[in-house]
Design a protein around this ligand. Structure first.
Ligand code: AMP
Length: 584
């Protein structure tokens, strides 16, 4: 397949934000791909391989500029000027190519395979001489591209493809192209256990639905974590759970998925990034503590004070995540206990379809509790006063609240799903109408007065999963320390977009549009109807919802991808709870 067909399809997709249209366009493209499907699917994701492979697509901006300067004969300053004006390196590459093609009129013959292999070489070449290799590979691609191909190749390399399609939309398109709607949920489930879009696509194209349906958790391949719904009272939780549930402490740390196979241990974050290098202490202790051949366990890593044994608040653990230096010494200063609550795989067998209590029982038999690993504290009960006491005890012990887990046979491990099998009940619910929300930043407003020259406020959105768009809920201007305010422009600089990102629904026009990437935790006083915000506007008879008096809690949810932020539907549920006091 020629890459020009992919570029043409990408360019049509860039002109729409409607999920169904995008999905049909993708399905049409996928049907044409033949053997190249796997590569095209990764390219649509803006990647070359699944995240867990550790292959990072990309090339430094300054190298791209250097190569464009060599091709065009213009100076690097001139190329940089064009880039600053367009705000999109892809567009700048397109501009360079347009002028060149007019003079040479070379028809493009680049195949998808050639482009993909070159991008892969650019991504994986390392060591001495690699810079020149990367530049010449990119140059060759540009010399043989049309302007539109150059735009997309460069955007992929620059990590800014911006098609506005989420994994859910790609899966929908793959189902439309090669299967039928009735299997969509099962296909999504397999993807959530084995997040490799290329693999799913290939099986579907070959008509091998069975392999996909049998795909489950596999050691060393991180799966999407199971998530909890929320309710504002113990009595409502008991009602939803059928009168009884397993209540556990809700620890406030880092979600941690640990895999072991053939003596090797790998650790993954909530967002499926590998974090083994940051937690060598956990990996070593796991090897000492667990006596099985292979497994996947799920838990929360919490820092504690080695003198007193007390749990530290969440902020402390962020000193360990993402650290590049002094990892070993900091691991002694800030040791972690991993509170385990689930077992997803054990010795050659997936455990996900087993009921929760059975999984937990087996987990308990796998190890003896020590400073490094403990079972999440649990109370199985249907007695409201007893559960309320357990909740208060959890707060006194430094936790955020409790998580109720369904104890019936239906209680499977649902990767990537937020469902009523797990329900959280947090301290915040008692203090304000709305819980803390994890909102996505989609725009920024220039500051005035004391905030001149910085951002004065941010435009925040929730994620509408059903429609795969981000919808605005509030302007956030309070809760920032001076230091945070100072750093906002730098933090958001890489995400500035000249135009409204395709997957954003907003009636407000901020001074700067931002790609929906960063997630921040906020507190709010209440949820109200709003004529200016767009949260749940379709689901709520044309009226949007807003969060009143939002305040940044100081916590950046670096562990959450934008699609894992608070969903618009949850905000609607909070609004409905607030409107009906009897239900609280
Ligand atoms: P939230 O981040 O507010 O959506 O709450 C869900 C998170 O609570 C999970 O992703 C875990 O990181 C964390 N958590 C802490 N303790 C537990 C537990 N016992 N069971 C499940 N999740 C827990």
């Amino acid at each position: 397949m020629l890459f020009s067909e992919v570029a043409e399809s990408f360019s049509r997709m860039s002109a729409t934000a409607k999920r169904l249209e995008l999905s049909s366009m993708l399905a049409e493209l996928f049907r044409k791909c033949g053997e190249d499907l796997r590569m095209v699917v990764y390219l649509v994701q803006g990647k070359l391989a699944p995240d867990f492979s550790g292959i990072e697509t990309g090339m430094a901006e300054k190298l791209i500029i250097k190569a464009l300067s060599m091709i065009s004969g213009s100076g690097e300053a001139e190329i940089t000027k064009d880039f600053v004006e367009s705000g999109d390196l892809g567009q700048t590459a397109g501009n360079v190519l347009k002028s060149r093609i007019q003079s040479t009129l070379v028809p493009s013959e680049l195949s998808v395979k050639y482009v993909f292999d070159s991008l892969m070489k650019i991504a994986t070449t390392a060591g001495p001489g690699s810079i020149n290799t990367k530049i010449s590979l990119y140059e060759y691609l540009m010399m043989n591209s049309s302007a539109s191909e150059a735009i997309f190749i460069t955007r992929i390399l620059n990590g800014k493809l911006r098609l506005g399609v989420s994994d859910a939309t790609i899966l929908m398109a793959l189902t439309e192209a090669f299967s039928s709607k009735e299997h969509q949920e099962a296909i999504e489930e397999s993807y959530n256990f084995h997040p490799d879009m290329g693999m799913i696509a290939e099986h579907l194209r070959e008509g091998d639905l069975d392999t996909i349906l049998q795909t489950g958790p596999e050691p060393m391949i991180p799966c999407r974590v199971m998530l909890a719904e929320r309710l504002p009272s113990v009595s409502q939780i008991l009602e939803k759970m059928g009168g009884k549930a397993a209540f556990e402490y809700k620890y406030d740390g880092l979600r941690t998925q640990i895999h072991m196979k053939d003596g090797k241990i790998r650790i993954f974050s909530r967002g499926n990034e590998e974090t083994t290098a940051n937690f060598p202490d956990i990996a070593r202790a796991f090897g000492r503590t667990f006596r099985c051949k292979s497994c996947i366990v799920d838990g929360e890593a919490v820092p504690y004070n080695p003198e007193t044994g007390e749990l530290y608040p969440f902020q402390v653990v962020s000193q360990r995540r993402g650290r590049k230096y002094s990892i070993e010494s900091v691991s002694q200063e800030i040791p972690l206990t991993v509170f385990l609550f689930d077992l997803i795989y054990l010795d050659g067998k997936p455990m996900n379809r087993m009921p929760y209590m059975e999984r937990r029982k087996r987990l308990g038999k796998l190890f003896r509790e020590n400073e490094d690993f403990k079972l999440a504290r649990q109370l199985v009960s249907g007695d409201e006063p007893e559960i309320t006491e357990f909740f208060h005890q959890s707060i006194a012990d430094g936790c955020e609240g409790i998580v109720a887990k369904n104890v019936t046979d239906q209680s499977t491990y649902r990767a990537g799903a937020r469902g009523w099998l797990w329900i959280k009940f947090k301290r915040d619910y008692q203090e304000s109408v709305s819980d803390t929300l994890d909102l996505v930043v989609i725009g920024a407003f220039s500051g005035h007065g004391k905030r001149k020259g910085r951002y004065g406020a941010l435009l925040m959105a929730s994620y509408n999963r059903e429609r795969d768009v981000y919808e605005t809920v509030c302007k956030l201007g309070t809760g920032f320390t001076d230091e945070t305010l100072e750093s906002l422009t730098r933090i958001f600089e890489p995400y500035i977009s000249r135009t409204k990102p395709a997957n954003v629904v907003s009636k407000i026009e901020p001074d700067f549009w931002l790609e929906p990437v960063k997630v921040m935790e906020i507190n709010g006083a209440e949820i109200t109807l709003s004529p200016v915000h767009t949260c749940c506007i379709e689901e709520n008879n044309g009226e949007g919802l807003a969060v009143r008096f939002p305040r940044f809690t100081g916590r950046w949810r670096q562990d959450k991808r934008p699609e894992q932020a608070t969903q618009s539907r949850e905000i609607l549920e909070l609004f409905q709870m607030g409107k009906n006091p009897q239900s609280r």
